[in-house]
Design a protein around this ligand. Structure first.
Ligand code: SF4
Length: 221
């Protein structure tokens, strides 16, 4: 089985177990960018509390950009790492303003996925995962976000070189999976990672991927 066939098999086995994930309504591209910065190292609930609290106090991106940093930090503390995330959000909003004259990212739709990703990564504090999430979730562009679950599971299954960095894995994995599967694969792998293929102790006996997983094969030689 080559890697593209393996990718198709992973997608199919996960859909067989979890079904196709429903498309949740997403934020504007700038909203998705801010929300994704807030999501680092926390869960969805705390991310959303921080996001909503921030927007309740400062309802426009311009107000958030121009607010005193010390007024932003308490609003997002639920998401943790406020001292890093607050400046990262304000820097990104300032850089978008400098580049575009306004705070919007819809123009990215006119670029290739690769160009749009590079544009976002040039914003200080934005990495390939955040860029891919903005493109895939809010602009419906073909990008393959590699978060901690996707990175771990693709390594265990063996669909990417074991020592490949997460930054390189974004590009590599995007070439293995079909673009129309990026969204369901991303969400279903995250679910598998949370419920079954856990970081410390994978629950292989509950996993739909045992027949194609290198880690499982090595454990059961
Ligand atoms: S078989 Fe085990 S190691 Fe492989 S993906 Fe499933 S849970 Fe993870």
């Amino acid at each position: 089985m080559n890697n593209q066939q393996l990718a198709a098999e992973i997608h199919q086995l996960l859909v067989d177990k979890y079904g196709p994930p429903t498309w949740r309504s997403h934020l504007s591209p700038v909203g998705e960018l801010v929300s994704t910065i807030l999501s680092q190292n926390t869960n969805d609930v705390n991310r959303d509390i921080a996001y909503n609290t921030l927007l309740e106090r400062f309802p426009t991106w311009e107000e958030i950009r121009d607010a005193e940093e010390k007024k932003i930090l308490p609003l997002i503390k639920t998401a943790g790492l406020a001292n890093q995330k607050g400046p990262a959000i304000q820097n990104a909003l300032k850089m978008i303003t400098e580049e575009r004259g306004q705070i919007e990212l819809d123009f990215l739709k006119g670029m290739s996925s690769q160009e749009a990703s590079e544009w976002l990564i040039n914003l200080k504090g934005v990495g390939p995962k955040t860029a891919s999430i903005v493109l895939l979730f809010s602009l419906d562009m073909p990008a393959f976000p590699v978060d901690t679950h996707v990175y771990r599971i693709t390594g265990r299954v063996g669909i990417r070189p074991e020592n490949m960095s997460a930054a390189k894995a974004h590009i590599y994995l995007a070439e293995q999976f079909e673009p129309e599967t990026y969204y369901p694969v991303h969400l279903n792998i995250i679910r598998l990672g949370r419920e079954v293929c856990k970081a410390r102790q994978p629950l292989c006996q509950e996993c739909p991927l045992t027949q194609i997983c290198e880690y499982y094969a090595n454990q059961n030689q």
